[in-house]
Design a protein around this ligand. Structure first.
Ligand code: IPD
Ligand code: CA
Ligand code: CA
Ligand code: CA
Length: 258
């Protein structure tokens, strides 16, 4: 069997197993810890899922590196070789408070270039995936390239942090220039909503590589543009202010942040 297909099948199996761990946890008491602030949480389930992937990867793909939100040293120094960038639960606050709107995400990069991306919306059972130059899929069905809708004709997701902490006039201006603002609280899911044309753009305040890695591969396969908010390319070794959008909306948004 083709090595890429084999790898893809394994990853999908692992994602479904990891999703079971997350859903099973709703029957138990989970332990929640604060990391840097009272809204920056980690649970024993985030850690368990990340550990699950680390064990699988070291068994099936020894020698490939894993950069995971809950276990890796950050910032990273390089992305040489094959690197798995993992967010075991994207939207931990939603996971804890809503038991929905969270995702399990894996992006695989070869010397810094993304070639496989997965965002699994666990509670909707929607698996978004993409392979570089081979299109993007939702539960195995190929997704169509996204229509190039301008900002004023679409809904835009803007990170909570940008709208509150940073008190950004630019973000508010973009909100006003769009059809309306929506907030979900999972960078991965917000990116997949842009990928399916439900949103015209998603603006992230300060996203880490694991928030970006998988969704960026999916978005780019569909003709979307994913960059820093000032238009520069994403630096996968550190945090970035980000925008993923249709080409027209992207142009209009970055103009405001230059
Ligand atoms: C967070 C979510 C959130 C975004 C934060 C991320 P986490 O990821 O994606 O929507 O605004 O910047 O850190 O911590 O739940 O994996
Ligand atoms: Ca986190
Ligand atoms: Ca995340
Ligand atoms: Ca996370």
């Amino acid at each position: 069997m083709n090595r890429l297909i084999e790898r893809d099948q394994l990853i999908e199996e692992w994602l479904y197993e990891a999703a079971k761990i997350s859903k099973k946890s709703f029957e138990q008491t989970i332990s929640v810890e604060e990391k840097t602030t009272r809204t920056d949480l980690v649970t024993n389930i985030d850690k368990k899922i990340e550990q699950f992937f680390i064990e699988k990867i070291s068994t099936y793909f020894p020698g490939e590196r894993v950069l995971g939100e809950e276990s890796s040293k950050y910032p990273f120094t390089d992305l040489k070789g094959t690197v798995w960038i993992i967010d075991p639960i994207d939207g931990t606050l939603n996971f804890v408070k809503q038991k929905s709107d969270f995702a399990i995400m894996i992006g695989i990069y070869e010397n810094g270039i993304g070639y496989l991306g997965y965002v699994y919306d666990v509670m909707r059972d929607e698996l978004y995936s993409a392979a570089k130059n081979q299109g993007a899929y939702l539960n195995g069905e190929q997704l169509e390239r996204v229509e190039d809708i301008p900002l004023r004709e679409g809904l835009v997701a803007i990170s909570h942090r940008l709208m509150t902490n940073e008190n950004s006039d630019e973000a508010r201006r973009i909100g006003r220039a769009s059809s309306g603002v929506r907030m979900i609280g999972s960078a991965g899911l917000e990116t997949t909503r842009v990928a399916t044309g439900k949103l015209v753009a998603y603006i992230g305040a300060s996203l880490a590589p694991w928030d970006i890695a998988a969704g960026k591969i999916i978005a780019e396969e569909l003709g979307l543009i994913y960059t820093q908010l000032n238009g520069e390319i994403i630096d996968m070794l550190c945090h970035n202010k980000t925008v993923v959008a249709t080409p027209s909306a992207h142009k209009e948004i970055i103009k405001n942040f230059k």
